[in-house]
Write a protein that binds this ligand. Sequence first.
Ligand SMILES: *C/C=C(C)/C=C/C=C(C)/C=C/C1=C(C)CCCC1(C)C
Length: 252
Amino acid sequence: MKSLFLNLPLLADVSKIANDDYVGFTFFVGCMAMMAASAFFFLSMNNFDRKWKTSILVSGLITFIAAVHYFYMRDYWAVVGESPTFFRYVDWTLTVPLMCVEFYLILKVAGAQKSLMWKLIFASVIMLVTGYFGEAVYTTGSGPALWGLISGLAYFWIVYEIWFGSAKKLAEAAGGSILKAHKTLCWFVLVGWAIYPLGYMAGTAGWYNPGGDSWSLSMDVIYNIGDAINKIGFGLVVYGAAVASQSSTSEA
Ligand SMILES: *C/C=C(C)/C=C/C=C(C)/C=C/C1=C(C)CCCC1(C)C
């Protein structure tokens, strides 16, 4: 494996992004989008009372952590010309648990316990570590299928918990803008997060990439689209809930 901490030359190589380099292009746009979203969340934080401030802060942290990783991934792609799998999974391992924290923070007003948060975080770490095994460690034979399956089970565990488990009951008890935000975030996890296993399948040799390397490129494009939808969109849902909740209390 090539050193992950290469002294990456910046502009020289980035300026070489070709017109048909969709991976390089989406990494570049990803940097800008994540950075802009972070600025938006951080700067709007102080418009909200304490209950919502932390949620907006976490939205900003998610896109900010992603922005930093996107700069590294963009450069790694430009210089090495391979999928930056390591950075990708470090990014996810930091940001996906933070998304689980968002579920907890939103439901805290309805009395959510920390145990709910830890359960979701635990499941998400299993999902990502086993996914990494299938994508980067056990990449031959039945490895990708086996580890992908375990990862998928952990994913469905998360889906179950938020759609049907205690999280759902808490959201119903809270009602109003909390219930609405929870429902939207549930859809993000069910539909938005489902983009990632598609990327994984596209990146696994012999599955959706019969053409070999020429097809495996699309894995990163799929992941990048998924990240933009899920990290920025997810944060905006939380932001919208904060706005709705605050305007309904100030009217009352
Ligand atoms: C911001 C990053 C997010 C929301 C990343 C989410 C990643 C997943 C939901 C990944 C799921 C996977 C499976 C369900 C099976 C195959 C392996 C993974 C890790 C791609």
